[in-house]
Design a protein around this ligand. Structure first.
Ligand SMILES: [Zn+2]
Length: 417
């Protein structure tokens, strides 16, 4: 009798529980890393015009997994899965179970073994989507190779293994890449993003940080748009690449309403205060765009360190503009981001000064012009005159030498090349 009642209950429950029809693919990503902003996750809705395959792959992004490939749940989403753990702790998936099972045994994607794959995929997608909205297409002319660069397909390795690394780079040493991540235009694999384990916790990876993934995707984008900037002998240009990566992470975070509200709440509406937004790559890089620069302190020749003055000038403009303009943070972010991207395309990017001057020339807003001039000046970058020579850092690979700064004078003609 009891059994009969239970089966009637099951039927009724299944009829009552709606089965949502997927109109878009849902995908979950980390808002930062798991220790920042209480492990907040963000949900993306991917339009059906961009069908995503399991892996995930699609939209010119392909995840190369080191474990089980991410699959879609019963609703076709990368979101929650109708599954349970067996006695040995393995996750068993029930693709065709009724609603009650889904209700009782669904696991969210962040508890699945492939969450890092899904999160890294979605974060890179957010970056590409943001740029493609503003620039229409991601193409750039490579005058050295005399060809047009296109986005093609980027391969993401969220947990780069020794074997995967050896296949890509047979001559390089994996051990040098702990706690690191990089973008590369690989001679045969094309655009590649690699993420490595932390030095002290081998089950933690740099792909578990929104900032780090967005920063590396930024390198990918800049290398398509402006291939001339990479591997330049000019230290300002090399540093520019790093600053672009950090600004990409900041702009990408600001595309989310939840994060805009959170940062305003955290800082009491004052973006000049340090926050999860201004600090890029909390657990790994920890660069704070809101912190003042010690101008008397000569920076090291390392590109990330050199980039900080430029990032701080740019972040300062954003924070000041939000203070003055009385428009929403979303509008502030979009208008400054578009100005920033437009300038990337038409500035010669040979020095921070050239870039700052181009930024000013690309806007008719007197407020922006004033803020650009002031914020660059605060970082010791004087936009009043174009330098004919620049003291540039010589690239040093030795860590001790890199801490010291060896500089040479470089003429403007050389800087433009
Ligand atoms: Zn970088």
């Amino acid at each position: 009798m009891l059994k009969k009642i239970f089966s009637y209950f099951l039927i009724l429950f299944n009829l009552w529980l709606p089965t949502p029809q997927a109109t878009a693919t849902d995908l979950m990503i980390r808002a930062q890393d798991d220790t920042t902003i209480q492990g907040l996750k963000l949900t993306l809705k991917i339009s059906p015009s961009l069908p995503l395959q399991e892996g995930p792959s699609g939209y010119g992004i392909e995840v190369i997994s080191n474990g089980p490939r991410a699959f879609k749940d019963a609703q076709g989403n990368f979101m929650s899965y109708n599954c349970y753990r067996d006695a040995r702790g393995r996750i068993i998936v029930n693709p065709q179970q009724p609603s009650l099972y889904r209700f009782l045994f669904s696991k969210p994607v962040d508890q699945m073994p492939f969450f890092d794959d899904v999160s890294a995929f979605g974060t890179v997608g957010v970056v590409f989507n943001m740029y493609e909205k503003d620039l229409q297409s991601l193409t750039g002319y490579d005058r050295f190779q005399q060809r047009w660069n296109t986005r093609g397909t980027v391969k993401i390795y969220p947990h780069t293994t020794k074997e995967q690394f050896k296949n890509l780079y047979p001559r390089k040493n994996y051990d040098n890449y702990y706690q690191n991540a990089f973008y590369d235009n690989h001679p045969t694999a094309g655009h590649v993003l690699c993420f490595f384990p932390m030095r002290d916790q081998e089950n933690q990876y740099t792909s578990q940080s929104f900032d780090v993934v967005a920063h590396e995707a930024g390198h990918n984008v800049l290398n398509i748009l402006r291939p001339d900037v990479r591997n330049s002998p000019n230290s300002d240009r090399r540093a520019f690449h790093e600053s672009f990566g950090d600004m990409t992470a900041i702009f990408a975070a600001l595309t989310f309403r939840q994060l805009r509200e959170k940062v305003l709440q955290e800082t009491g509406d004052d973006l000049h205060k340090p926050s999860f937004l201004s600090v890029v790559g909390e657990r790994i890089a920890n660069r704070d765009a809101a912190q003042a620069t010690h101008l008397s302190f000569h920076p090291s020749c390392e590109a990330h360190r050199l980039s900080e003055r430029l990032t701080k000038a740019l972040y300062g403009i954003l924070a000041d503009y939000y203070d003055l303009s009385r428009i929403s943070l979303e509008e502030v972010s979009v208008s400054f981001r578009r100005l920033f991207f437009k300038t990337i395309l038409n500035s010669n990017l040979s020095t921070f000064i050239d870039f700052g001057r181009s930024l000013k020339e690309n806007t008719s807003s007197l407020v922006f012009q004033k803020l650009i001039f002031e914020n660059f000046a605060k970082q010791g970058i004087d936009l009043r005159k174009i330098p004919q020579t620049l003291q540039v850092c010589i690239p040093e690979t030795h860590p001790v030498k890199a801490a010291k700064c060896s500089t040479i004078q470089m003429s403007r003609k050389t800087l433009l090349n």
